[in-house]
Design a protein around this ligand. Sequence first.
Ligand code: KPL
Length: 290
Amino acid sequence: MKPTWHILGAGAIGCLFACRIQDLGYNVKLITRRSEKTKQLELLTSSDGTHRDYEFDCIKPGAIESLTNLLICTKAQDVLPALDALKSALHKQSVVVSLNNGLGPQEILNKDLPCHYFAGATSVGANFETKNQLVFAGSGDTFIGQLGSESRPDSVSFPELFTLVNNIEERLWDKLAINCLINPLTGIFKCKNGDLLNNPEAMNVMTELAKEFTSLTVQSGKPQKDYLSMATAVAHKTAENYSSMYRDLQFGRQTEIAHLNGYVVNQSVHLGLMVPVHQEICSRIHALEK
Ligand code: KPL
C-alpha cells in the first residue's frame, strides 16, 4: 500500500495536488482548522472538459501525532506559522515538501526542520470556481530538491508528479522571476495571465521588471536567463488562469508580494542595486490590498 500524504494549505494548488496524489493511489488527508471531517471536491480539467469527484479526510493540526509525508501549499507568509502547530508530529524520517510561491521560508525550513526537507516550485495553475469546484487551468511542471545538496536519502520516495532535481535553487529563482513578472500585473490590470500578453502597457512594465530582475541575477552571481521569455511562456501556458495574486486581491486577502517583488527589492538593497520598478509594483499592490 502506498503511504499517506498530509496536505497543509487546502487552497486551489493544495487541493489540486490532493486530487492528483490520490489519483496515483496514495492516501491523502487535508490538514485544516475547519470542523468538517471530510471535503468533497469536483475537479474540472479545462483542457479536455472532464469532471471527476473526490473526497478527502480532513484532520485538525492538533489531532496529528505523527507525520510521515507532508506537502505544504500555503501562502508564503503562512508557511512558518501554520507549521508551528505540526512541528511536534515531525520526526527524523518525516518528509516535508513545500511548494509556496516566493522566497524566504525555504531557507528557514531547511535550517530548522528535524527531518528530510525538499523545497519545490510548480507552474501548474488551478482556481476554485465555487467552494467545491476546482478548475485545473494549466498544466505545468513541479520540481523539488534539497537546498544545498546534490543527493537524496535512499529511504525517501515521492508521488510521480514531482520531478526531483539537483539544482532546486535555480528553479526557485526562475519561479520567483515568473511570479514577479506575472502575478502583480494581473492584479494591477485585473486580468487573466494570458491577457497580459495582449496588453502593451502591461508588457512594457513586464519588460522593465525582467531587466531589473536580470541585474539582480547578475549581481548575485547566478546564471543569467531570458526571464521575459520565461514569463511570457508561462502566461501563455496558463492563459485562462487568474493568478494567485489576482485571486488574493479579489477576495481581500493579504498577497505574497513581500515574498515576490518585495524579496527582490530587499536582496537588491542588500547588494546596493536600484530596482525602482519592483519597488513601485510593491507600493501599488500594497495600495490595492487596503
Ligand atoms: O504560480 C502562479 C500563480 O498564479 O501564483 C502562476 C504560474 C502564475 C499561474 O497562475
